[in-house]
Design a protein around this ligand. Sequence first.
Ligand SMILES: *[C@@H]1O[C@H](CO)[C@@H](O)[C@H](O)[C@H]1NC(C)=O
Ligand SMILES: *[C@@H]1O[C@H](CO)[C@@H](O)[C@H](O)[C@H]1NC(C)=O
Ligand SMILES: *[C@@H]1O[C@H](CO)[C@@H](O)[C@H](O)[C@H]1NC(C)=O
Ligand SMILES: *[C@@H]1O[C@H](CO)[C@@H](O)[C@H](O)[C@H]1NC(C)=O
Length: 759
Amino acid sequence: RVSTWEEVTGYKDTPLLELWAILRGRLSRVDIIATELWQLNRTWVFQGNGVPLQPQTMLLDEGHERLYVGAKNALFSLSLDQVNTQHREIQWASSELQIEECLRKGREKMECANYIKVLQQYNQTHLLVCGTASFNPICAWVHVGHTGKVSPCSTELLSFHLPESITSGKGRCPFSHNSPCTSTLSGGELYVGLYTDYWENDAALCRLNNRTYTRTERDDRQQLNEPRFVGSAVIPDNDDKDDDKVYFFFTEREVDAEGLYKAVYTRVGRVCANDQGGQRMLVNRWSSFLKTRLICSVAGPDGIDTHFDQLEDVYVLKNKDGKNPEIFGLFSTTSAVFKGYAVCVYHMDDIRAAFNGPFAFRERPEHHWTPSEDKVPYPRPGSCASKINGGGFSSSKEFPDEVLRFVRSHPMMYRPVLPQHRRPVFLQTQPRRRKLTQIAVDRVQAQDGHYHVLYIGTDDSLVLKVITIYNKDIDTMEEVLLEELQVILNILPVFIFSGCQQKLYVGSDAGVAQVQLHHCALYGSECADCCLARDPYCAWDGFTCSRYYPSGVYTKRRFRRQDILHGNAVQLCNGLQIDGEWKRKTVFGVEGNSTLLSCVPRSLHAKVLWFLQRGDDKQEVSVDERVIWTSHGLLLLSLTSSDAGIYMCQTVEHGYVHTLLRVTLHVLSGETLASAISPRNLVPASLPGSHSRQWYKEFLQLIDYRDAQRVEEYCEKVWCPDKKRKKNKKKFLPSSGEKKAKSRAAAANHRAPRHVLGN
Ligand SMILES: *[C@@H]1O[C@H](CO)[C@@H](O)[C@H](O)[C@H]1NC(C)=O
Ligand SMILES: *[C@@H]1O[C@H](CO)[C@@H](O)[C@H](O)[C@H]1NC(C)=O
Ligand SMILES: *[C@@H]1O[C@H](CO)[C@@H](O)[C@H](O)[C@H]1NC(C)=O
Ligand SMILES: *[C@@H]1O[C@H](CO)[C@@H](O)[C@H](O)[C@H]1NC(C)=O
């Protein structure tokens, strides 16, 4: 049951009613469970040989077609193509001495191990890998190039081993395995947000190479206050590399205006990649660190907004030139009463505008922030020493002292960053339901435009595949849940995403699963099914639902039908419905007994309607104590002869009416049946469709599956003397048309019980 907005917040008449209506009706069309993903070969799983993995360290190497993942005392290299084959492993445990030392400090045995926390591509041939090494962090450069040129695909030739030289990891890698940490590597420099010390008191944003160490100020709660690091990325501003900025996404605490409640806020912070710190002051400290708040909220009535302030995960969706990626944040509420999740999207223009806006100022921590009225010195604090912005300074060491002093005292911007369309693109506000923990995003070209396909991971190991559609005309957001994929059981997943491979890699401490992003055939083979699915990866090609390629990429098939924006099957698929033989069937019921007219729609969104046709008269079947609507179909109890007729099962979805099935129900009197079953009655001429094979088939439909064996035996005995058996057996097999129908129906009804009558 979905709670209403009113129940959750106590608000009435919210402008969000539309969104809520969408949420309430939300269910994926197709619900797929792990076993089905297996059978379809859509997923493969690498199980870490019982070694707990550190999935936050997963690293994609498309050049070598490998996926690296850190673990406890180990590092794995997996095949991108199929993660469960050809894996390589580096064992990297702490020495006995280190473990003893760690235990002596009073740490648990479990903590005294080498947990990989930093894993980055250093250059084309080397990874930078750092581990906690029993509270004594260490780093190494691991060679991953090919050792020979014979066969680049054979793992035998891939180098993957630990080097001789191990360096200290202090300042690069946290001490503890569960310490929050984010890192990114660019131009041979590691940028990292972490707690640098044993006691986890000193949080810092740092840059390290083997000569310099630049970081945020120590013990400066203005710069960082109990931060939780979530993500980071290097994003260029323009074509001048000296203007490249490093962005950090994190949450931190702030004493609010009352000075009592330490609220959690989400921040985006940034520094110049080329920042060398100051010469006389801010030595080895960032001379460009600024931060501001990321807002993700839903407008309520009376101007009271619901804020989602806890950043759970962030995904930077790169664009072609790399300068304007879209930033997707997955947020949760911090309220103990109302738990909700939201995805907000941020544009770089808006982020840059906030950093170019007024600086924030407040007299004391318990005061409100106001725009700073201090004179802003030149070059503008926070700008990089570059040709375009830096006023001709070749290094931040040349910046005037007043610039450094200003940036030191004004790290906070006054304007927050608001999301695209001023609202979340995705909301989940059902209390006590699953937690959302991860997000990855793919940009997909469809016939009617680009779509963002969101992959959202939950704490019960589901992957929700969602598209969100913004309607400009009425300023509303529609979210369409395309698929719910159950990947591995009982895990907290972490994602990494390969557009090149069209795969999502889902990591947990138990293993890594790869999932193909699309499986269009699952939606069914008909135009309407494909169209209603609204999956931008898929289109109807005249025969079946298959992968959609934008024209130019795949030109052979001209005939493609797809309508992601509206899912208008009525318009798109008119006249394309196959009204095949398989949709008609005959069912025999026995007077006084019950019978089930089975009809399960493929889509979980569809509403089922039943009609009864007698002659020209067609009426909706009314439900009463004898006629029961079940999720498997229509159940008729205690049949009477007046129940006979033609029943039609129709589904309505998105305004599209689809006749799934036409069942002709015959009701037999008890005596007719008794005489029919009698072994003396070899040819049951008294029954409709009188010749024997037809009768046999219909008889099978009549009785319950469990009795089929008995009937089979009976019929064999009666109709099939030894010499004829072989021939008749062949005859009794379903014709190819029926076979097709069966497999289609089977594909259609994932959850259809096997024993239902018919088919
Ligand atoms: C899945 O893969 C196995 C072995 O690689 C193969 O035998 C099977 O036919 C495949 N199944 C499907 C549905 O493609
Ligand atoms: C990559 O970095 C390693 C470690 O510093 C170095 O030995 C190697 O030569 C570098 N490779 C390339 C191709 O730059
Ligand atoms: C470390 O610095 C030295 C010079 O100080 C340089 O020769 C060497 O290449 C650097 N190593 C790396 C891995 O950057
Ligand atoms: C019909 O119902 C009667 C009595 O309820 C029962 O004995 C009989 O087995 C049923 N017949 C079939 C074919 O289910």
